[in-house]
Design a protein around this ligand. Structure first.
Ligand SMILES: [Zn+2]
Ligand SMILES: [Zn+2]
Length: 245
């Protein structure tokens, strides 16, 4: 067993609110430079850049997990983290069916770039990733589990787009695997405010939208190997995870 540093919330240039130079290739290089062992690629409502990131990670010796940050119909963000790209893409298909109709206004809201391993643009994606999907939080979390994924309530300490900000609390019938505290809040402060949720595993991550922010927050997992299977054990309490920022 050894400690692995994981930053499980990183956006790529596919997210309209992210910088255009935060490509899968540069993310992997930045993560290795920062001493991370595991990252998750989590764009808003899409997993189109995960395959290439996973491939580059394998080449360069970094565990890259395919993920998405999905917006529920209540406008709460939920991280869906998967072990294999096909599982993330199956989830993506469900999400795409519930996205609002119409075209993304890239001039106003930012480009949504699908890229290859050489940072070449393959597509300017025009789907509406910015808004809410049609899935309520309970239905979404159940769907994530049906594809073998882990569901983590994003940045519960933020005043916008979190399950707590949108619903007022973590609904007891929603089976989250973990909760995320953002880089804006210290562990000490989070414990004072969210003590009621101490029974959940807590992670912290960078929520990077730019290369500079990668690894500014991470969670240390004690695992036998940096694999998704070990990671699932950690969320079940069979492996330890710690952070103290
Ligand atoms: Zn978010
Ligand atoms: Zn995010």
């Amino acid at each position: 067993m050894r400690a692995y540093r994981a930053d499980l919330h990183i956006h790529t240039c596919l997210s309209p609110c992210a910088e255009i130079d935060i490509t899968p290739k540069r993310i992997v290089d930045a993560a290795l430079n920062k001493g991370l062992d595991i990252i998750a690629i989590s764009d808003h409502n899409s997993a189109e850049n995960t395959q290439v990131a996973v491939r580059i990670g394998i080449e360069k010796g970094l565990t890259v997990l395919p993920a998405m940050e999905i917006t529920t119909s209540e406008e709460a963000h939920v991280l869906a983290i998967f072990g294999e790209v096909p599982d993330a893409l199956a989830m993506q298909e469900v999400i795409y069916r519930t996205l609002p109709e119409g075209y993304h206004d890239e001039e106003r809201l930012g480009y949504q770039l699908i890229v290859n391993e050489n940072d070449e643009i393959l597509e300017f994606c025009k789907r509406m990733f910015f808004g809410a999907t049609g899935l309520p939080v309970k239905e979404l979390v159940d769907k994530i589990h049906s594809f073998g994924g882990i569901a983590v309530a994003s940045h519960i300490d933020r005043e916008y787009f979190s399950v707590v900000s949108q619903l007022g609390f973590i609904p007891p019938d929603v089976v989250f695997d973990g909760l995320e505290i953002s880089a804006a809040t210290s562990r000490k402060k989070a414990e004072a405010v969210f003590g009621d949720y101490a029974s959940f595993p807590w992670i912290t991550s960078s929520d990077s939208h730019s290369l500079d922010n990668i690894g500014r927050r991470y969670t240390s997992f004690s695992l036998e190997t940096p694999s998704f299977e070990e990671f699932v054990k950690a969320f079940k309490g069979e492996r330890s995870m710690v952070w103290d920022f």
